[in-house]
Structure formats: C-alpha cells, structure tokens
Design a protein. Structure first.
Length: 254
C-alpha cells in the first residue's frame, strides 16, 4: 500500500513539474522573449534568410500585439517607451496586422525623412555613409553583387546597408531612391530595410507598412541564436551540419 502511494505521489509530482514548466515557458514567450524566423532578404546584410532571432518583448512595454493572437483587449502601451533610432524591431504593420515584419527604425515622431538619389536625409541633413566594399547577395536566389555601405544615423548608430543602384531621377510614381519628404506623425515610426533596394518599408505609404504605430511594435530583435542556409532539400540529412552558419550563432544584432 505504501509503495502504491509513493508511486502515485511520484507521478503527481512529475505531472506538477511538467505543468509548472509549461506555465513558465508560456509566461516567458508571452511577456519576456519570443523567437522569430527571417524568411526574406529585406534586412541583408544585417539579417540573413534562415536566421532565428530572440525578440525582447518587455523593452518598450506591452500592447495587445505583445500577447499571443493579439487580442484587442486594450489600446496603447503599458509601461511604454519609444524605440531608439537605429534599433532593429519586430512589429505588426498596419496593412497586415496578423503578420510580423522586421525593419530598422530610421525616423522618430516629428522627424522628416527623404531619400534623394539613393541617399538618406533625416531632418534635412544628409546621413553619412562610407563605402565598405562589394557584397554578394543570394537572398533572392541568383547571386547579385551590391555595394555595401556603413551608414551612421543621427545619434551615432552605425550599420551596414546594401545599394544596387541610386536610381534615376524621379519621373512620376514612387521611386524609392528619390522620394518626397515624409513627416513622421506623432506616435509613429518610419522604418526601412537595410537592403535598401529590396525592402517594402515606410517609403511606400500605400503598402502594408507605411508609418508604423508605436503600439504595433512587438520589441527589438536582440540576438541570433541559430542560423541555417537551406540550400539543399530537407531530406539530405548529411548536408545539415554544413548548412548551419556557425559563425552567426549567438550574434548580437546591431
């Protein structure tokens, strides 16, 4: 009898441990950190297709987009703060609120932003960039050689951008290399991809992104915890070790 009770007690403790572990995991995922996968090349060279990221969900407080399935239980942000310029953030775009996008914060509320002949201007001042060499971009399949620049945003954040072309003079329609002056509304952000000629971002006000409400920000992308280049079919197990980008493991995102 005593052995049966001990066995039942041991099983109950095991179940309790599993339940507690599950609740802790759900709590971490909901309120602290969440993993994300990079499916496109809009943030190359900073982020590559196949990168797996950790996003800090409490850095700017909480909105309903911080919760699983984004239930519309409240408006605004609790314990909210504004992301710093230059931060790479995950957000829900106004045009596709059920999808996660990732871009870099370029303009803050009240800023003016413009791109002229491929170069970025913030509040009327040219954002300096320095040529860093050529970069072979394979995010879209066939290799494309692009120019890699180190751009320095107001405030001192330095990051890499890719440029394939500075574009022609604007002759009607939206040329992302020659844009109008954007005035960032209160409570919103202006975001851009680091792969400047291959990013649908705030330059396209009629697209899914446009100006991003701060309420829609999930959090900053802080760490690459895993990365894999899926060049071979999944069933070729022997290729797996060679597809892992070991050098990107636990790489801090800047």
């Amino acid at each position: 009898m005593a052995r049966r009770e001990q066995g039942q007690s041991g099983f109950a403790e095991f179940v309790k441990t599993i339940v507690y572990a599950g609740l802790i995991a759900v709590g971490i995922h909901t309120f602290l950190f969440e993993p994300f996968y990079i499916p496109s090349g809009s943030m190359v060279p900073t982020l590559l297709v196949g990168d797996y990221l950790v996003v800090n969900k409490f850095a700017y407080g909480y909105s309903h987009y911080s919760l699983p399935f984004a239930p519309d239980w409240f408006k605004g942000r609790i314990f909210g703060s504004v992301p710093k310029r230059g931060t790479v953030i995950v957000f829900r775009p106004p045009g596709e609120p059920n999808e996660d996008f990732i871009k870099r914060v370029i303009g803050l509320p009240g800023d003016t932003v413009q791109v002229t002949k491929g170069q970025l201007y913030i509040n009327g001042k040219l954002v300096p960039r320095v040529y860093a060499g050529d970069y072979v971009d394979t995010s879209s399949g066939a290799p494309v050689v692009e120019r890699d620049y180190t751009e320095t945003l107001p405030g001192g954040v330095k990051h890499s951008i890719l440029k394939l072309t500075n574009g022609p003079e604007n002759e009607g329609g939206l040329d992302p290399n020659n844009t109008p002056v954007y005035k960032v509304p209160p409570g919103h952000l202006f975001v851009m991809g680091d792969n400047r000629d291959n990013s649908e971002d705030s330059r396209f006000l009629d697209g899914p992104v446009g100006y991003v409400p701060i309420e829609n920000v999930v959090g900053p992308a802080e760490l690459i915890f895993f990365s894999i280049d899926l060049r071979h079919p999944f069933w070729e197990i022997w290729e797996w070790p060679f597809e892992i980008r070991w050098g990107r493991m636990f790489h801090i995102i800047r």
